[in-house]
Design a protein around this ligand. Structure first.
Ligand code: SF4
Ligand code: SF4
Length: 375
């Protein structure tokens, strides 16, 4: 019998054979005969953007392959799908090495096909969520172990926001704006609707530092974190990379809302990633309401390096606040309109965006960190 909040940290070299063995045994341990002949399985990876697997921003192709292979061997009907924010799935599949990794399984990455209206309760109301995620017999959630400017870390619960179509997500970001607890509550509400049966965090090739996009640094950790309780997996992953789980909003809110009792029985080696580099701290999340003056003098903001900009349009097309204008000379960000969601920073494929904190903000952060403790 599997203890409800059991979480396992397992190590495996980044090689097809070893990953299949390790991940296959985790699937057997946690899912047993829930996945059998004819069962409809949805594999939900994290497909952030169209870059090579070495960039470590997406779930690694070999991790997805190992899970798909295990399910197919049991006769399940398997789909691997996501709703990336900007790049089309087939471009991600080609550039990210997924076509090659999945070809002998006769499997492909797909975009979700259709949505269903789901009531997420107050204050969010009805949202569109991928029908395949809601209707699958078993959902296997494959987030990436990587840093995130807004959340601190990408987590199992946050990965499922990819079940909302891009335009729905962008409008949710605009709705919640500076209110990070509200954004976190939305992520939790989606996670509760999708109800993953198993979460496996891909930390084989992780991303540290200025994630969640190409500004972060890939780091070979050769580990996966797995369990049936997504929140327990998130809490374990946070501790594994040296974050205080109580300081990570998604873990804290899950407990405050009574979704997660906080108990975890974790097994594995916690020492391996203790020096994991942190993301850029989210000063915007320290208050729900910023005056125009505070925004200007204290708040970090995205800044463009137009010498690197290739006018690819990823930033302005996904900006929830329509704060980015463009011309043949490059882009210009209206800091007064910007809601500091950092979508632009996370999606820029050319490293043309950075996040800067004004001097007054740096001083304030130092003072706050001394008072409340660093995330
Ligand atoms: S800043 Fe980056 S994301 Fe925006 S248009 Fe330029 S290259 Fe594309
Ligand atoms: S400019 Fe960037 S950080 Fe600001 S709202 Fe738009 S996408 Fe978000």
């Amino acid at each position: 019998m599997v203890f409800m909040n059991l979480v396992l940290i397992e190590h495996s070299p980044l090689e097809k054979r070893f990953l299949e063995e390790k991940i296959g045994s985790l699937c057997t341990r946690f899912l047993g005969d829930r996945v059998r002949h004819g069962c409809g399985v949805l594999i939900k990876p994290h497909l952030h953007m169209a870059v090579a697997a070495e960039s470590a921003v997406n779930t690694h192709p070999l991790v997805i392959r190992a899970v798909a292979k295990w399910c197919l061997e049991r006769g399940a009907r398997v789909r691997i799908a996501d709703y990336p924010v900007f790049d089309p799935v087939d471009t991600i599949a080609r550039k990210g090495g997924y076509v090659e990794a999945l070809s002998d399984l006769d499997m492909e990455l797909k975009s979700f096909l259709a949505t269903e209206k789901v009531d997420l309760g107050e204050p969010f109301g009805v949202k569109n969520i991928a029908r395949e995620a809601l209707g699958a017999d078993v959902v296997i959630n494959l987030p990436k172990l990587k840093t995130d400017t807004v959340l601190g870390l990408q987590t199992g619960a946050s990965n499922l926001i990819g079940c909302l179509p891009p335009e729905e997500r962008v409008s949710c970001l605009a709705e919640t704006a500076f209110d990070r607890p509200a954004w976190t509550d939305l992520l939790l509400a989606v996670c509760r609707k999708v109800r993953p049966a198993l979460t496996i965090v891909d930390g084989v090739l992780a991303l540290e530092g200025a994630g969640p996009g190409v500004a972060g640094n890939s780091r070979l950790l050769e580990l996966v974190v797995a369990g049936t309780n997504t929140y327990a997996v998130d809490k374990t992953t946070a501790a594994l990379v040296g974050f205080d789980p109580a300081g990570l909003l998604i873990c804290r809110r899950a407990q405050e809302k009574g979704i997660f009792d906080g108990r975890v029985r974790a097994a594995g080696d916690f020492s391996i990633a203790a020096d994991f580099k942190r993301p850029i701290a989210d000063l915007a999340g320290r208050s729900r309401r910023w005056t125009g003056r505070e925004k200007k003098y204290f708040l970090q903001r995205p800044v463009a390096d137009n010498r690197r900009c290739k006018l690819c349009s990823a930033c302005w097309q996904s900006c929830p606040a329509q704060a980015i204008a463009f011309s043949t000379k490059g882009i210009r960000i209206d800091a007064a309109r910007c809601i500091r969601c950092y979508q632009c920073f996370g999606l820029c494929p050319h490293g043309a965006l950075a996040v800067r904190v004004p001097l007054a903000g740096r001083l304030k952060k130092k003072k706050d960190d001394r008072r409340v403790g660093k995330l």
